[in-house]
Design a protein around this ligand. Structure first.
Ligand code: GCU
Length: 578
């Protein structure tokens, strides 16, 4: 029951509902000392009487576009880490028999949401959606919406105090006022029955926990039309034998129109069906061994130094992965916006999606556990109908140890209880070359529980070559599929020569390093895929070299201006030949 209730907190398919978009131009007031709550910045107060004292005004305040990070919208905000109050008015009318749901696709990092002076939502986590039922607080006519946004880094947060990407702040994704019938379709999960050919499982949850409510599932492309009945929890379960199912395949995508209707509500969206499994050291998609020709990228448009937040932005990122010759993408290091996930699905790219449990996590904190649990539930709750997602990753470069092993074991068990239809993985940077054994090995008390092992390894950059690449052997979880989830080095676009000098920051050194790594990877017996780090140069406070970096991490195969570096051609050739 708890699980169903928690998943109910995310209305399924918000973009497929009747909605008023609250995107656009909002007023904003910086609040670096956090005095805003005391000053009641959640109201649009104006001086009424002669001796009224109101020490703020949204009229004449800063203006910020939503969706979008604040960093790129005003020079004073590029580095700002603190609180900003966003506010706007909007017109609405109350509708009897309807619920009105305020939906935020993402706010970075934590926020308090106020409607007409009442706090209606609190959320932490930059990269997952949240919502609030505001039916009873919506006014006929003018409404005032205020959002206190705080992007300060914290030791018990996820990610914690330091992370190798820009600490963007703001209402970085869409804001919608959804309109659903009182009795509505709250959630559904469609997937192929694992290991059973051509049978679809469906679980549909209505907003009212009551038995005997009819729910009809229609998939015209499969001649499926069946009415199910809900149980006492308001959940209807069904399975449909199929004839002539066309499965979603990497690079050969196929999606069906699926319509769910209850007595009062109807929702339609395009859903694909595929099977993903592990067989020994192979990743099977629809029973076919599939090598991941992957690339990692951040949710950032480097050319404009800002968060990606639109369908056009998704095309810049996903389109570049297709152009490189990929059949998969790793969304580093957090759930990225739905436009990116849905475009990957339309283009037939398998997706590795992860929660930002990235280095430096405090595994002893129960607060951190709650945040990790919430992140995993919200990521899976949002995207579990996206067949492109093959992998849920629950951590990146965490250090082995009793607290960390126990934390990740608990998190993996939660993940498997939420979704048994996908593979679970993590990325590790603890595979080391052992001279005494003359091979790469990895000791880790947790990793063996995963379906797929991700290894981040920067040979030739953070670690010198102990011997020629072709002579290096790997013995890392030899009975499981191993994906090189990161490799590469930095290079400044347009700098050439010195192919044997790391500190040259040249494209030639980067290309040579890629070639050497690909030779070494060819000797990994259980290699199931590679994902170079990274598609585009991206902003990071870690990267301070004034000439070579300028606060860009320059490991991109594409520069921050979208120029192809020589390493891009090395990967493109490697992928086209596989
Ligand atoms: C790490 C980490 C990345 C980081 C990269 C780098 O492996 O996962 O987030 O950007 O290395 O050092 O460039």
């Amino acid at each position: 029951m708890k699980l169903i209730f928690l998943l109910l907190s995310l209305l399924v398919n918000p973009y497929g509902r009747e909605a008023l978009s609250l995107n656009g131009n909002w007023s904003a007031i910086l609040d670096p000392s956090d005095v805003g709550e005391g000053k009641r910045l959640y109201t649009d107060a104006r001086p009424a009487g002669r001796d009224d004292f109101v020490e703020y005004s949204y009229d004449g305040a800063l203006s910020l576009d939503v969706p979008g990070d604040w960093n790129h919208q005003d020079p004073q905000l590029r580095w700002y880490e603190g609180t900003v109050w966003y506010a706007r008015h909007f017109q609405a009318e109350r509708r009897a028999g309807h619920r009105r749901i305020l939906y935020f696709a993402g706010v970075s990092q934590r926020c308090d949401v106020y409607l007409n002076g009442d706090r209606v939502a609190v959320h932490e986590g930059s990269f997952t959606p949240f919502q609030a039922d505001v039916t009873d607080r919506l006014a006929d006519g003018d409404n005032f919406l205020a959002v206190r946004v705080d992007n300060r880094r914290r030791p018990d947060a996820i990610p914690a105090l330091r992370f190798d990407w820009w600490n963007y702040g703001g209402i970085t994704r869409d804001v919608l006022l959804l309109d659903v019938p009182e009795r509505h379709i709250a959630d559904y999960f469609f997937r192929l029955a694992p290991g059973v050919p051509d049978r679809i499982l469906a679980e549909i949850t209505l907003s009212v926990a009551e038995a005997g409510q009819p729910v009809t599932v229609s998939i015209p492309g499969l001649k499926v039309r069946q009415t199910l009945m809900t149980d006492a929890d308001g959940v209807a379960r069904g399975s449909f034998r199929l004839k002539g199912l066309r499965r979603w395949q990497p690079l050969r995508p196929f999606l069906y129109a699926v319509t769910v209707s209850s007595g009062t509500d109807t929702v339609t969206e395009r859903i694909g069906f595929r099977d993903i499994a592990v067989d020994g050291t192979k990743i099977l998609v629809n029973g076919e061994p599939t090598f991941l020709k992957c690339i990692s990228f951040h949710e950032e448009i480097p050319m404009e130094q800002r968060r990606a937040c639109s369908p056009e932005d998704a095309e810049v990122l996903v389109g570049a992965a297709v152009g490189l010759g990929c059949n998969a993408i790793r969304l580093a290091h957090y759930p990225q916006n739905e436009y990116i996930v849905r475009l990957a699905e339309e283009k037939g790219l398998l997706v590795w999606e992860e929660i930002p449990l990235w280095q430096g996590i405090d595994f002893t904190s129960e607060e951190t556990w709650h945040k990790a649990e919430t992140y995993l539930r919200e990521m899976i709750g949002r995207d579990r109908n996206r067949c492109a997602i093959g992998f849920w990753s629950i951590s990146n470069e965490t250090r082995p140890g009793p607290e960390r092993d126990a934390f990740l074991t608990r998190l993996l068990a939660l993940g498997r209880s939420l979704d048994g239809s996908r593979l679970f993985t993590s990325a590790f940077d603890v595979a080391y070359y052992r001279p005494e054994a003359d091979e790469f090995r990895m000791e880790d008390g947790f990793a063996g529980q995963l379906d797929v092992i991700g290894i981040n390894k920067y040979m030739g950059w953070y670690a010198p070559w102990p011997k020629p690449a072709a002579e290096l052997r790997w013995n890392v979880f030899p009975d499981k599929p191993l994906v090189i989830s990161e490799f590469g080095c930095e290079a400044r676009a347009g700098v050439y020569g010195d192919a044997d000098t790391a500190s040259s920051w040249s494209e030639d050194y980067q290309a040579a390093l890629y070639r050497d790594n690909l030779v070494m990877f060819g000797n990994i017996p259980n290699l199931a895929g590679v994902s170079p780090w990274v598609l585009y140069d991206f902003l990071s406070p870690f990267r301070q070299h004034p000439v070579n970096q300028g606060f860009f991490n320059r490991k991109g195969v594409l520069s921050d201006r979208g120029e192809r570096k020589k390493a891009w051609y090395v990967m493109n050739e490697y992928y086209n030949e596989r």
